[in-house]
Design a protein around this ligand. Structure first.
Ligand code: TXA
Ligand code: MG
Length: 412
């Protein structure tokens, strides 16, 4: 159940890793590290003072429990096993066996009973009798947890309410001055958080959609009747809502206007109606929208187009790890922001355009970064093209995050 990680012990990469692990064991300032889903903000899950450091750095409400990350099944079993258990009994509930075999290490979090005399700090479970366990598949995450030799509590490494971080620069942007170390493992392969499942209830439930789909879960023995246990605000068939009504999560500064899948691209009236002073509007499009100079509802014309350079130049980030990360980097999506000066008669405004492409996995990898790019470019509003959820991939997770980020939703 472990990946083999080869790292020259004398290399700077190995030294960064050892020092990050040492910080996890001894410091109360959390360490940011990459996982295949999103970057995590890690702390020793067995020390209260360390886990409190997470809530402080993120400014996260204390009633939201943390996921505990393990590098091996043995590490998880050691935590679950009671001193009176025979050493050869397996304390992991049998319902989870097929899932662990199929999806670990990977983007799946299992809800487990927190054992009596649990070593987990109470802040990790936020008062619940259960805890979430996950074995990430990012080699750097596994190496770090193994080196720290303690279970690592880690939420996403964004400031609370902001889009989750899928690159080291995102973490630095949100948490600069609040943490000391970010291990840079490159862009995240999945791009949305892990699926959280509860197999202790009957039927089993998905508590949060993520990198593993409902369809994938239902293929596993004992999970055929899995149901959706989260409340998603798809509001299909409902007219656009007034802004400011939603609990904000995954949200950039700009107003997000989400068009459910099947809606045609916004026209001139939609775009210009959303502008305040800045006269800048962002479009994040996926499968069908085209901005080719012909707005569907009006004379939107692209009079100029140029690529904007990505913001860069983060300090304090431990770069490197190239050797061990080649396989991870392969999946990186090249995403650029196109700037267009758009004219409608005498009026001009700036349209910033990000095309995430048609592939769901690419959309998932790029969606949080796209929202962050738009924020840095100071747009007034971001129009997002939603995707359909029928395909049994990560589309449900993407739409779940976008619906939470959106202040205005346009029904299909
Ligand atoms: O992909 C991920 O899961 C990332 C990376 C860093 O591993 N982590 C992450 O953590 O997304 P966070 O804290 O942002 O989200 C944890 C989610 C929350 O929705 C929380 O309510 C739920 O897991 N959760 C944690 N423990 C739980 C429990 N005992 N019962 C029910 N839900 C739980
Ligand atoms: Mg989060």
């Amino acid at each position: 159940d472990e990946l083999d990680i080869e790292l020259d012990p004398n290399s700077p990469d190995a030294q960064h890793l050892r020092s990050a692990a040492e910080q996890l064991r001894t410091s109360d300032i959390p360490v940011a590290f990459p996982t295949e889903t999103v970057y995590g903000l890690g702390a020793d899950a067995t020390r209260s003072s360390a886990t409190k450091g997470i809530y402080k750095a993120k400014q996260r409400p204390a009633d939201n429990p943390l996921i505990v990350h393990f590098a091996s099944l043995e590490q998880l079993r050691n935590l679950l096993r009671s001193p009176t258990d025979a050493p050869d009994t397996d304390p992991i509930p049998p319902i989870y066996k097929p899932l662990i075999t199929k999806f670990w290490p990977g983007p799946l979090t299992l809800i487990l009973p927190n054992p009596p005399h649990s070593p987990l700090a109470p802040e990790v479970t936020a008062g619940l009798s259960t805890f979430g366990a996950r074995m990430p598949r990012h080699p750097l995450a596994l190496a770090l947890i193994r080196e720290a030799a303690v279970p690592i509590a880690a939420p996403s490494a964004n400031a609370s309410t902001k889009p989750s971080p899928t690159a080291a620069e995102h973490v630095a942007y949100d948490l600069d001055g609040r943490i000391e170390t970010i291990l840079d493992g490159g862009p995240c392969d999945v791009g949305v958080e892990s699926t959280v499942v509860d197999g202790l209830s009957s039927p089993p439930l998905i508590l949060r959609p993520g990198g593993i789909s409902l369809e994938q879960l239902r293929e596993c023995e004992g999970w055929e009747r899995t149901e959706v246990g989260y409340r998603d605000v798809s509001e299909k068939g409902v007219a656009p809502r007034a802004p400011g009504m939603k609990y904000r999560h995954y949200a950039p500064k700009a107003t997000v206007v989400l068009f459910e899948s099947g809606r045609r691209a916004p026209g001139w009236g939609d775009l210009v109606g959303s502008l305040r002073e800045g006269r800048k509007v962002g479009v994040v499009r996926t499968r069908r929208w085209v901005f080719d100079g012909q707005g569907e509802e009006g004379p939107v014309k692209l009079v100029e187009g140029k690529a904007v350079a990505r913001a860069n130049g983060v300090e304090k980030v431990a770069k490197g790890f190239e050797g061990m990360l080649q396989a991870v980097h392969k999946q990186h999506v090249q995403r650029s922001v196109e700037t267009h000066e758009v004219a409608n008669g005498d009026e001009k405004f700036t349209l910033l355009d990000i095309d995430l492409g048609g592939d769901t996995a690419d959309i998932a990898r790029g969606v949080f970064a796209a929202l962050r790019d738009m924020d840095r470019l100071d747009v007034d509003a971001i129009f997002v093209e939603g995707i359909g959820e029928e395909e049994g991939d990560v589309a449900a997770a993407v739409m779940n995050r976008l619906r939470k980020a959106a202040e205005v939703k346009v029904a299909a």
